[in-house]
Structures are given as C-alpha cells and as structure tokens.
Design a protein around this ligand. Structure first.
Ligand code: ATP
Length: 237
C-alpha cells in the first residue's frame, strides 16, 4: 500500500523531444528508508529523478509524494512540499562563498538560522570553510555543501544524483557515512548511484533500470541472491 511510502512513482513515461526515454518506470521509497536506483550510463536514472522533481515532467503515469499527487507540479512547489534535490552537477557557484550558498538557501526556504546551525553540525568540514569560494572547495566538500543546502528546508525526502561521482574512495566513505546519519534522523532517501557497493550499503530497497525500464526491484539481499541481474545490468560479477 502507499501508507508506508513517502514516494510512489507509477508507470511514468518521459520523453526528450521524440525520444521515448522512460518506458513505464515505477519505484517506491518507504518512509524513513533508502531506495537505491541503479543502472549503467544512459539507463535513465537522471531522467527518472528529473521527472520526479518536475524538471523534465513525465508525459504519463503518476507520482505521489507525501500523500499528494504531484504529477505536473512545478519544481518549486515540489521542493516546498518537502523534497530536497542534490543534482548531478552539485549546483555549486565558483564565485560564491560557502556562507553565501547557505544564506541564499536560508532566505529562499525561510528557515531559521537555528536550522542552519543544526545542519552545519552534520558537516564539520563545511563549517570550517564558510568563507571559502565554491571554486576553492574539493569535490567532496562541494558534494557536502550541496547536500547541506538541500537539507536546510528539512525535507522529508532527499533525492541525490550520483553523490560519489568523481570522489576518491575515502571521500565516498565520508559521503556514505553522512547519508547514513541523515537517514537515522528519519529522512527518507532516493539515491542514484554508479557505485553499487556504496548504494547497497545504505539501501533498504533497490530498483535497477536498463534502457528506460525497470529490470529489478527488491531488497539488497534479494539482489545478492540473483547474481545474474547484477552481471547483466550493473556490470559486476
Ligand atoms: P548517466 O549516469 O550517464 O547520467 P542515466 O542512467 O542517468 O545515465 P539519463 O541521463 O537519464 O541516464 O539518460 C537516459 C537516456 O536519455 C540516454 O540515452 C541519454 O542519451 C538520453 N538523454 C539524456 N538527456 C537528454 C537530453 N537532454 N536530450 C535528449 N536525450 C537525452
């Protein structure tokens, strides 16, 4: 049922012009849980996230978030309802300081400065770099800033597009630990990853895409018991 779910995507079809990219994608994120969305390059993961957040709206199907049918809603309205989006490119401006990135988000979402302190407590590295410019941050720090910014509005669901991309393994572990702590506070997570190992360590359920279709949906344990699925769609054995 949808009682336990914060997000339920049902049979969405999404196009870029005439290209039919998502051909009936369904997935669920249960409250307080993490769903990993995996698949090779070009499988349709980013397009799925863009459809959910209204940047590339689905042409058909249904998306229910926080008990509301958000199909056709603007991104702004979806974010206001409680969705935090961390895009693939991280959305960091080279010539704004860390403080300015965060203050813009504080003003835009109308949260208190107390909330900023709460969020900064999760990101000690970021708190030490408040006066550094975006371009002076490492890839890992940019990722952490992007996640911190998305958390400011106290989202019920955090949606992340490949947070591990381009990061050294030790930094990937830091991002992973941070996401685990965020999940412990009750925030639900939808995590797109190329790094299946990292994603599966956090996930309660897994959906695998290939060519715009769902090829597998289940628990990490069920995926482990189906090695052919991983071989075929994740390129691991
Ligand atoms: P990646 O890890 O490379 O981002 P992905 O699983 O996120 O892969 P998508 O980015 O969703 O995949 O791309 C799915 C398909 O849609 C690909 O075939 C891609 O070439 C195509 N595509 C993506 N963006 C556009 C666009 N703006 N216009 C046309 N086709 C696009």
């Amino acid at each position: 049922g949808t009682n336990g779910s914060i997000l339920a995507v049902s049979d969405i079809h999404t196009y870029y012009g005439d290209s039919h990219i998502l051909q009936g994608v369904s997935l669920e994120v249960r409250r307080g849980e993490c769903t990993a969305l995996l698949g090779r390059n070009g499988a349709g993961k980013t397009t799925t996230l863009r459809s959910i957040v209204g940047l590339t709206p689905a042409r058909s199907g249904r998306i229910v978030f926080a008990n509301q049918d958000i199909s056709g809603w603007t991104t702004h309205r979806i974010v206001r309802l409680g969705l935090g989006y961390v895009p693939e490119n991280r959305g960091i401006f080279s010539n704004l300081t860390v403080r300015e990135h965060l203050m813009v988000a504080v003003w835009a979402s109308g949260v208190s400065s107390q909330r900023l302190d709460q969020v900064l407590a999760i990101f000690p590295r970021i708190s030490e770099r408040m006066d550094n410019l975006g371009q002076q941050l490492s890839g890992g720090e940019q990722q952490m800033l992007s996640i911190a910014r998305a958390l400011l509005g106290e989202p019920d669901l955090l949606v992340l597009d490949e947070p591990s991309e381009g990061l050294a393994p030790i930094i990937v572990n830091e991002v992973s630990d941070t996401l685990a702590r965020i999940k412990e506070t009750g925030t639900s997570i939808l995590l797109v990853e190329q790094n299946a190992e990292m994603a599966l360590s956090l996930a309660d359920s897994v959906t695998i895409l290939s060519q715009g279709r769902v090829q597998f949906s289940g628990t990490p344990k069920e995926l482990e018991e189906a090695p052919r699925i991983s071989e075929a769609y994740l390129g691991v054995s």
